[in-house]
Design a protein around this ligand. Structure first.
Ligand SMILES: [Fe+2]
Ligand SMILES: [Fe+2]
Length: 306
């Protein structure tokens, strides 16, 4: 289970108010300072995947399938992150947001583009090394619909969703890396990316706050604000939350034996999403409309009935 400390580590624990710009500048500097790229990985001295020694052919096949699956999912996720960061940066320029916001998002975009290069290299090498173990896999139910929707989404919503998502993969990345018994390129990548994604999560939640502040300041009356928040933020969140719950099952290969693991992950996602919405100043009435807890329970019931 995800702990409150883990959540605070990746998302921060305070509203920050007027210190937001200072914080974003600091995050831009630390993100650029920690940047790494494809040539920093020890490609020639480590295996791609964390294989145990002395594998039977059958076990080798399932390890390679596991590795290829992880790489292809991660490559797709990096494309989503790059698309989101690029769209948000253009929007931040257009909206003339403070330079601290633009610097921090530009630093995230730089990282995500590097991640795409790394995962493309992993994908190419995995296919070249194991051409006789093909992988037939479906696409994520979340990634393409979310990526396609980005141009039409409110930037505050895109940044908030990416904040929760980056926080989730940062926490999982650490756990995953710790679970890989042997050194591998995949393990090294998981460690590096988990650190990056912790910074990305903070940038995204602070950037989301900048856009939400502007959005909220644009209404003279509270009812109009509530209705519009519902239309452009809360209803779309509900939609993508349902896809995220489905995506979690997809990551577990739609295997009903993994229901308990699904529930554990879904609860972790929920804790992160609730924290980020609370940090972003959503009211109780707004949180009740989003009702991510209810959606998570619905998804759990549907899963139990499959
Ligand atoms: Fe990334
Ligand atoms: Fe990231």
């Amino acid at each position: 289970m995800i702990t409150n400390d883990q959540i605070s580590n990746v998302l921060g624990s305070q509203d920050l108010g007027s210190a937001r710009h200072q914080n974003l500048t600091r995050l831009a500097v630390s993100t650029l300072g920690s940047h790494w790229h494809v040539n920093d990985l020890p490609w020639d001295s480590l295996p791609l995947f964390p294989f145990p020694e002395k594998l039977s052919d059958r076990r080798l096949k399932s390890f390679v399938e596991f590795g290829k699956h992880a790489v292809k999912v991660q490559l797709a996720a990096e494309h989503v992150a790059t698309t989101a960061a690029r769209a948000l940066l253009l929007r931040a320029e257009k909206d003339r947001l403070d330079y601290s916001v633009r610097r921090a998002i530009a630093a995230v975009l730089n990282d995500e583009a590097s991640h795409v290069a790394v995962m493309t290299e992993m994908d190419a090498r995995a296919e070249a090394q194991y051409p006789d173990i093909p992988l037939d896999m479906a696409a994520s139910p979340l990634f393409a619909p979310f990526m396609d929707a980005i141009p039409s989404l409110h930037p505050g919503l895109t940044a908030m969703f990416m904040g929760a998502y980056e926080a989730m993969i940062a926490i999982r990345g650490y756990a995953e890396q710790a679970s890989y018994g042997r050194p591998s390129i995949l393990g090294e990548m998981a460690g590096h990316a988990a650190e990056d994604d912790g910074r990305h999560a903070k940038v995204m939640r602070l950037a989301a706050h900048e856009w939400l502040d502007r959005f909220r300041a644009g209404f003279a009356d509270a009812d109009a604000r509530f209705q519009e928040t519902r239309r452009v933020i809360l209803d779309p969140i509900r939609h993508f939350w349902q896809l995220l719950m489905e995506h979690e099952f997809y990551l577990l290969h739609y295997d009903a034996r993994h229901r308990d693991e699904w529930l554990k992950r879904a609860r972790g996602d929920l804790a992160l999403a609730e924290r980020i919405m609370q940090l972003l100043g959503f009211s109780d009435a707004e949180l009740a409309v989003a009702d991510l807890r209810g959606l998570t329970e619905d998804a759990h019931r549907q899963l139990a009935a499959r």
